[in-house]
Design a binder for this molecule. Structure first.
Ligand SMILES: [Zn+2]
Ligand SMILES: [Zn+2]
Length: 398
């Protein structure tokens, strides 16, 4: 939907995007499903100026992240796990025979992705330290350029905040890596003392957890997965888990398991990838968390942090380490590592249409996805892997 003449383009027509349209009356007789039925509308996203450093992208696919659900009630284009093909370059990139574009490795036709952080000042201390995610004037999805969403036809973004996708990585798999992959890998990367011989816990197997298991196991760690029920046991081992612990409702099974002589031991790191905060005090137990362990909360939650066993944090020297999403250098490392080790998300492809987006939104909200939805554009194709068609769960097979 972008201009056919990259050198002359100044306004890019964005085509369609998708937004929340309130609650829909469900035809289901199931009262629970009726509560969860969000309506989605397809709207014209309008146009976006192709500023000097910006790049226009024809969207090929987009993941759907839990964070998108928070924007359903607002006038925000859905999607911040975008992948596509560069269709036009801004004037600063084109000057001096395209010198700046060449430095970034970008040209019309490049396969790229972009995620939650879409701009920063590039001059403040966090920026020059390579941690642009902590820039005080960073530009985040949902706050800046709200009319655009990666679930749409085209997107315009600062070229310095897009990421080249390795040739070995199909775009439909690269899509969820732009936020879920960057979130998990950024958190792992921030644990500078994490070594292959550590026992590492992953709490919950979902969009984030299933990537954390893959990354950590491929780094050589002993991965202990905590999941509510046994239903994902087999999949956890396929993803690379070394141990699986079914915690049960209200952690009843976990609490009895740690009393048993068979309990295999505590973890040195705990990545908390559940959709809501866990009962922290259960996990502070010395049979679960080693002394000097690090806990990394990844759940997006507006609730307060409640820990009754505060004194244990002190006496066991437990560290709680916040983490948002990978900075640009770490994002690049993540893409390279994902491609090289085939740490790909397990995805279910759906068509990028009002019906497809609505199904993805409602099933994600109901927790009915293993493990990431990817919306596939009806006509834009991945130039290297053009033959993917919407279908059932692919489970890492191409
Ligand atoms: Zn800055
Ligand atoms: Zn996200």
């Amino acid at each position: 939907m972008s201009s056919s003449s990259p050198t002359q383009a100044s306004l890019i027509q964005l085509g369609n995007s998708y937004r929340g349209a309130g609650k829909r009356e469900s035809s289901s007789s199931d009262a629970k499903q009726q509560q969860h039925r969000h309506a989605i509308k397809q709207v014209a996203a309008g146009e976006q100026r192709l500023d000097g450093w910006s790049v226009a992208i024809d969207v090929v696919a987009s993941g759907l992240c839990g964070t998108d659900l928070h924007y359903l009630g607002q006038d925000v284009g859905l999607g911040h796990e975008g992948v596509g093909v560069v269709s036009a370059l801004g004037s600063a990139l084109l000057q001096d025979d395209g010198a700046e574009a060449k430095k970034l490795g970008l040209k019309v036709g490049s396969r790229v992705g972009w995620g939650y952080v879409q701009g920063a000042c590039l001059a403040c201390l966090p920026c020059v330290q390579g941690v642009d995610t902590m820039c005080r004037t960073r530009k985040l999805y949902g706050v800046t350029n709200k009319h655009q969403g990666s679930i749409g036809d085209a997107y315009v973004v600062d070229a310095r905040f897009v990421h080249l996708i390795p040739d070995a990585l199909p775009l439909v798999y690269a899509a969820p890596l732009q936020c879920a992959g960057a979130t998990v890998f950024g958190a792992i990367h921030a644990c500078a003392d994490l070594k292959p011989w550590h026992r590492v816990g992953v709490l919950a197997i979902g969009g984030l957890g299933h990537l954390a298991i893959q990354y950590l196991s491929k780094m050589g760690c002993h991965v202990v997965v905590f999941s509510t029920s046994d239903s994902k046991r087999e999949e956890a081992f396929k993803l690379g888990a070394s141990e699986f612990v079914a915690t049960g409702r209200d952690n009843k099974e976990l609490k009895s398991a740690i009393k048993s002589a068979d309990w295999k031991g505590s973890v040195d790191y705990l990545f908390v990838a559940s959709s809501v905060q866990p009962d922290w005090d259960t996990y502070l137990h010395p049979r679960i968390l080693s002394s000097r362990a690090t806990v990394i909360p990844l759940s997006v939650s507006a609730d307060a942090l409640h820990i009754k066993g505060y004194q244990q944090l002190i006496s066991k020297e437990i560290r709680i380490q916040g983490s948002m999403v990978a900075s640009r250098p770490v994002h690049r490392i993540m893409l390279d590592f994902s491609a090289r080790t085939r740490s790909w998300p397990w995805i279910e492809l759906l068509p990028m249409s009002p019906e497809g987006v609505e199904e993805a939104v409602n099933r994600l909200d109901a927790g009915q996805v293993r493990y990431r939805f990817v919306l596939q554009h009806p006509t834009h194709k991945d130039p290297l892997f053009p033959d993917h068609v919407p279908g059932p769960a692919l489970q890492n097979k191409i």
